[in-house]
Every structure is written in C-alpha cells, then in structure tokens.
Design a protein around this ligand. Structure first.
Ligand code: ADP
Ligand code: 5GP
Length: 191
C-alpha cells in the first residue's frame, strides 16, 4: 500500500487551485504526486477535459459502475449529481510509484481517511470567511446561480467538520497557503 493525500473543503475554498500549484513545483510536483481523477455525472465546466479533470459519465454509466462495484467511494454530493473515486485510479497511481492526491467532498474525505488510516494525510482547506467563499464562488464564473446556492447551502455543515481532518490550511493568501501545504506534505511523505 502506498501513501495518499486528500484535500476536502466546501466547493470554492480553493482545493483545485492549491493542488494545481503544488503539481507545478519542481521538488514536489508530478514526479512524486499524481491526481486521482474522479468520475462525475455532471457536465464539464469551463476548460475541463475528460480524463484529465474528471471522467465525465452519464447518470446511467455512473450507476452501472456503482452496480459493478468499481468505486472505492462515491457520493451524491448535490442532488442529482454524483462523484466517485474509481478503484482503478488507486491501482494506476500506486503502480506508477506515486503518492495519490484526492480532491473530494467532506464526507468522501472522511471515508477515504478511514480506509487508508495512517497512510493518508487529510487536509481541510478553510476559506478566510463565509463571505469570501461566496465571493470566490461567484468570481470563478463557472457555476449557475442555482449551483452556487446549492454549494453555499451545503458549505455551513461541511465547515463544521474541519476538526475531523489531520490538518487545516486557511486559504487566505494563496502563496502562503501553498507553502504551508507543501511543508505538511513533505513532512508526511518523508516520515
Ligand atoms: P474548489 O476546488 O475548492 O472548488 P477552486 O480552486 O475552484 O475551489 O477556487 C474557487 C475560486 O477561488 C477560483 O476562481 C480560484 O481562482 C479562487 N481562489 C482560490 N484560492 C484563492 C486565493 N487564495 N485568493 C483568491 N482567490 C482564490
Ligand atoms: P466540483 O463540481 O466543484 O468539481 O466538485 C464538487 C464537489 O465534489 C467538491 O467538493 C469535490 O471535492 C467533490 N468531489 C470530486 N470528486 C469526488 C469524489 O471522487 N468523491 C467524492 N466523495 N467527492 C468528490
């Protein structure tokens, strides 16, 4: 069994941005880490590409894969929209000798941490405030008003779960948050 790092937070807190910054890093980037590409039943957003950001599946295909027991975990994160981690992703990344990086919702994060135990570092990304979170979701410019309202409604409950994670990173200044994240990951990988 290899190691895993998981990022959880309400949508808009900056998980994707922090992960992309980490992957660019020479010392700790793509040679060490590999992103676990989740499957989702939602449509691609903005510049997202199939097989890079997500495996975009129809609802029927997603359910068929659930029936075939192909997921390590999956959640209906928003009503009618499912996300899940395929078991084949874990194997692909460990076969390549890399550390898995997960970007999952808060429930998924807790389930994955339970599954991997001490082999996983669980990181909660905290927004500086709920007001800033709302501003960031809006300025991302990728979600409909309905999707933003759904995401904000879910965030209050999710933010309460931060203490269940190994580490909390406050994403105020991005470069500061990335540096703090890099430090905890390096310590975890080398311990
Ligand atoms: P998540 O993956 O958690 O849903 P994103 O990484 O998509 O969140 O970030 C949401 C929005 O906030 C994006 O538009 C991103 O550019 C912006 N953002 C992320 N981190 C910061 C930061 N530290 N300061 C300002 N804007 C940020
Ligand atoms: P988004 O639509 O913004 O890409 O993602 C919405 C939420 O789904 C985020 O909180 C994201 O972390 C979560 N998510 C993405 N992939 C998975 C997954 O494989 N499993 C779970 N449980 N959540 C996921």
């Amino acid at each position: 069994m290899g190691k895993a790092i998981l990022f959880s937070a309400p949508s808009g807190c900056g998980k994707t941005t922090i992960i992309k910054e980490l992957m660019k890093d020479d010392a700790l980037g793509v040679d060490t880490l590999a992103f676990s590409i989740s499957a989702t039943s939602r449509a691609p957003r903005g510049e997202e590409q199939d097989g890079k950001d997500y495996y975009f599946l129809s609802h029927e295909e997603f359910k068929a894969r659930v029936e075939r027991d192909e997921f390590l975990e999956w959640e209906e994160v928003y009503s009618g929209t499912c996300y899940g981690t395929l078991k084949s992703e874990i194997q692909r990344i460990w076969d390549a000798g890399k550390v898995i990086v997960f970007d999952v919702d808060v429930n998924g994060g807790r389930n994955i941490k339970k599954y991997f135990g001490a082999d996983a570092l669980s990181i909660f990304v905290m927004p500086p405030s709920v007001e800033v979170l709302e501003q960031r979701l809006r300025s991302r410019g990728t979600d409909s008003e309905e999707a933003i309202v759904k995401r904000l409604a879910r965030s209050a409950e999710e933010l309460k779960q931060a203490p269940a994670f190994d580490v909390t990173i406050v994403n105020d200044d991005l470069q500061h948050a990335v540096q703090e994240t890099r430090n905890v990951i390096e310590k975890f990988i080398h311990e």
